[in-house]
Design a protein around this ligand. Structure first.
Ligand SMILES: Nc1ncnc2c1ncn2[C@@H]1O[C@H](COP(=O)(O)OP(=O)(O)OP(=O)(O)O)[C@@H](O)[C@H]1O
Ligand SMILES: [Mg+2]
Length: 388
């Protein structure tokens, strides 16, 4: 039974039969909390037109984290762009004019359908999109994931064929794409929390931040505590929608096999697995490859990339290839140009594509275009998301 936040007596009467056969109305958010505590299966909150925007946003924000399947539909007497933006950011599913009964009925139906889907379906499974998803990963921190993902995205967007790219920062707690590219994180993955199950291209367009021509970014939450609310299902849904919108989706990742990272491996077409010329990085690369084999992630998608190559540190590219038994796809040289450009908030590729590092990123980008997905026998895949 949907719950209406507003004028208890008047609204219970007014929305009965419109929203559902029966509704409950409560007059403030404290009473709403008490009601929802006793009704864990509640699907829908309709926030009345007289409730202030601040209270409406607070309700949506609170429940999008606590109960992602609970939808909020907001009624307003006037709808301005600022109202819409604030509401969507807070996690409101739809905003409807207070006197538009037909729109209200439609919004409530859609919200309840989304809730139903969320309860029953792991919504992010099949990609089905047109774009190529490329995951940049290393299980050791500091190997250059952010450097490689930002430069690769810039190179793919700058190849002159109009390809569109979205760089996704799935290093949810400590992501630094925004800093590396000096972008203002006005919108982040946190804003997608209330949209789980209902993400579509329109919603996604409001979440990405443009970086340059042909390149947008979906930035990591600015509040690290939001990271725990980003489920594998939401990550899958984000990737599915982005791959329908962009030619390339490049993912920056944390140095760990989180649920979101595993989901990304599940959905990516290509994995750029980074190492550097040091024993800890090499050991971690070996463990990563063994893990991917054990989980059945196809070897056809693997591309081992050596970052900071060329350093004379007692280990060579050949040592790495012999140890892990996989050829190095591209070698990115070590250069002071990388931290210099990082501190300027730009990529090496954009400022100096002819530099040896810029050229290496161009080569990496070319390989993403040319790489094929030729089928070779791989171990049977053990799904980590569809148990039973
Ligand atoms: N090819 C390179 N030459 C010189 N410096 C580099 C190179 N690649 C990365 N670096 C430097 O190494 C540091 C770590 O790089 P980066 O932040 O890209 O790693 P990361 O894997 O994303 O780290 P984290 O695991 O913390 O997210 C940065 O200071 C970066 O400037
Ligand atoms: Mg990083």
């Amino acid at each position: 039974m949907p719950v209406v936040l507003g004028d208890a007596d008047r609204d219970a009467e007014r929305f009965r039969f419109t929203v559902a056969d029966d509704v409950v109305a409560v007059e403030n958010s404290a009473k709403l909390d008490i009601y929802l505590e006793g009704h864990p299966d509640e699907d829908l909150i309709v926030v009345g037109p007289d409730v202030s925007m601040a209270v409406a946003a607070e309700v949506a924000e609170t429940y999008r984290l606590r109960r992602p399947f609970l939808g909020v539909v907001l009624l307003r007497r006037r709808i301005e762009v600022s109202t819409m933006t604030e509401a969507l950011r807070a996690g409101v599913r739809e905003v409807v004019m207070a006197d538009d009964v037909e729109a209200l009925v439609g919004a409530c139906k859609r919200s309840m359908a989304v809730s139903e889907q969320l309860r029953n379906v792991d919504s992010g499974d099949a990609t089905g999109g047109r774009g190529k998803i490329i995951l940049v990963f290393s299980s050791k921190g500091g190997c250059g994931k952010t450097t490689v993902s930002t430069n690769l995205a810039a190179a793919l967007a700058g190849q002159g064929d109009g390809s569109s790219v979205c760089l996704v920062d799935f290093d949810l707690e400590t992501g630094d794409v925004a800093i590396a590219l000096q972008m203002d994180p006005t919108r982040t993955i946190s804003d997608a929390l209330g949209m789980q199950g209902g993400l579509d291209e329109r919603a996604m367009s409001s979440l990405v931040v443009p970086y340059k021509a042909n390149m947008d970014c979906l930035l990591a939450p600015t509040k690290p505590s939001d990271a725990e609310f980003v489920s594998a299902a939401l990550a899958g849904e984000i990737l599915r929608v982005l791959s329908e919108m962009y030619d390339y989706v490049v993912i920056d990742s944390p140095p760990a096999f989180t649920d979101v990272v595993l989901k990304s491996f599940d959905m990516a077409d290509s994995y750029i697995l980074l190492t550097t010329l040091d024993m800890p990085a090499l050991k971690n690369l070996k463990v990563t490859l063994d893990t991917l084999d054990n989980l059945g992630f196809p070897r056809t998608k693997w591309q081992v990339v050596l970052n900071r190559g060329g350093s004379r540190v007692g280990l060579s590219a050949g040592d790495i290839e012999r140890t892990v038994g996989v050829p190095i796809s591209v070698e990115i040289p070590s250069s002071v140009e990388v931290p210099l450009r990082l501190n300027e908030g730009v990529t090496v590729f954009e400022t100096n594509p002819r530099h040896i590092v810029g050229k290496a990123f161009q080569e990496l980008a070319d390989k993403q275009r040319r790489s094929t997905t030729a089928k070779v026998p791989v171990p049977a895949k053990r799904s980590i998301f569809r148990r039973g």
